[in-house]
Design a protein around this ligand. Structure first.
Ligand code: TTP
Length: 393
């Protein structure tokens, strides 16, 4: 069976992290999010991976090449990102037989995807707290009868998790009308499939849709939670390592540093003397953590530098960021309410009591900058020495 993996989106809600990288290529533990999706597809038995790409597609092509874990890889380029049904339509000519569809920005458990493939035709269902925010699956006698978008009075708590195994005939039903948000959506294709076939809802145990910055942090928390201790890099004998800490070859951890897992220190990264890095934290390739810096529960992408005496907590830092000495991140509000982050102009509740900042590629802070909880710095932004930043910039 072929797996069609949708990875053409612009990732507007996760900006600035997607300013120069497609969202599916953002790091989750030791590889891009999209590679976790590809892994799930391969482990579920996919015999070919068809990536639908568009925005910044070269990054995807360079990473996967023409095969992944011995499975052949094809790419189709979606011109305008007109929706998930349009994305599959782009791949139509390459599809032969029943096919699996996965979102390139969702974290799946391979065993769930495997069950989906075994029960074809099928759709992934996931139990959610607030079904009225989702497309809700209505079932009768174990088959899907309807998908109702954002119902006021939902029939169940089973959300459409956006993973499907469609029969080849579904290719005839891709020309659906535009939805309210102006996109041609696979949900509407599912409705046509369900009219002619018995579509089985397969309840997924684990599922995470990575749309916004704090969901990338959560994806990392989940996957770093699977780390085992592996000290292949150069760890000073006076450093302390507790729990699931992985230090890749070519990474260094200096004297007096304390690492409490889960922590992944990627190739070429360095942790300075007396630094304190605690879980769940990813230090990407080439990251430099200075003397007496504390980093907690954060994603720090490649080639970023956090200079001496800084604190970073519950944050996502892009690539090539430079935090000047003494930069401090707040990650908790005085009123103990959960932290809000602006997404496309609206203040959105992250649902997290602790959340720090989101920093775009190449941003630089002056020494002794204070960054308030929930602040976003755009790519290339700068702050002045001693500045206290309480609004996005
Ligand atoms: P979305 O998360 O709905 O869209 P997006 O990734 O562009 O993000 P945002 O809403 O923040 O701008 O898309 C779900 C998946 O489908 C995702 O993996 C991207 C993919 N996709 C396509 O491949 N083509 C498309 O036209 C659309 C809309 C999405």
């Amino acid at each position: 069976m072929q797996a069609v993996i949708l990875a053409a989106g612009r990732g507007t809600r996760i900006r600035p992290l997607s300013d120069s990288h497609p969202k599916p290529m953002l790091p989750v533990a030791d590889r891009p999010l999209l590679a976790h999706v590809a892994d799930a597809a391969v482990e579920a038995g996919a015999e070919e991976l068809v990536f639908v790409v568009g925005y910044e597609s070269d990054t995807v092509r360079e990473f996967f090449g023409d095969s992944y874990r011995t499975v052949p890889v094809l790419y189709v380029e979606q011109g305008a990102t007109d929706g998930t049904a349009d994305a599959v339509d782009t791949a139509r000519r390459t599809i032969d037989g029943d096919f699996l569809v996965l979102n390139g920005d969702n974290l799946y458990a391979a065993r769930d995807v495997k069950r989906l493939v075994e029960r074809s035709p099928s759709v992934a269902a996931y139990e959610v707290e607030r079904p009225s925010n989702y497309g809700v699956l209505t079932t009768d006698g174990g088959v899907v009868t309807e998908v109702v978008e954002k119902p006021a009075n939902p029939d169940s708590r089973m959300a459409n998790a956006g993973a499907y195994v469609f029969p080849e005939r579904a290719l005839r039903w891709l020309e659906v009308e535009e939805s309210e948000r102006g996109e041609r959506e696979l949900t509407d294709v599912l409705a046509s499939v369900a009219d002619s076939f018995d579509v089985t809802p397969v309840e997924f145990d684990r599922w995470l849709d990575v749309g916004r910055p704090w969901e990338l942090l959560e994806a990392n928390e989940r996957r770093l939670g699977r780390l085992a201790q592996r000290l292949d890099g150069d760890v000073h004998e006076d450093a302390t390592v507790r729990g699931a800490v992985a230090v890749e070859p070519g990474a260094t951890v200096d004297s007096g540093a304390v690492l409490e897992g889960p922590v992944l220190v990627r190739e070429g990264a360095s942790v300075g003397p007396n630094a304190y890095v605690r879980g769940a934290t990813l230090l990407g390739r080439g990251v430099e953590v200075g003397h007496a810096v504390e980093i907690k529960n954060s994603v720090v992408m490649a080639d970023t530098s956090v200079s001496h005496l800084s604190y970073v907590g519950d944050s996502v830092l892009g690539r090539d960021v430079n935090f000047g000495a003494g930069t401090n991140v707040a990650n908790l509000r005085h009123d103990d309410q959960s932290v809000r982050v602006h997404v496309k102009g609206d203040a959105v509740d992250t649902g997290r009591r602790k959340f720090g900042v989101v920093v775009g590629d190449g941003a630089k802070t002056g020494i002794n900058t204070s960054l308030n909880a929930g602040v976003k710095l755009s790519s290339g932004a700068t702050t002045r020495p001693g500045e206290s930043v309480t609004r996005d910039r």
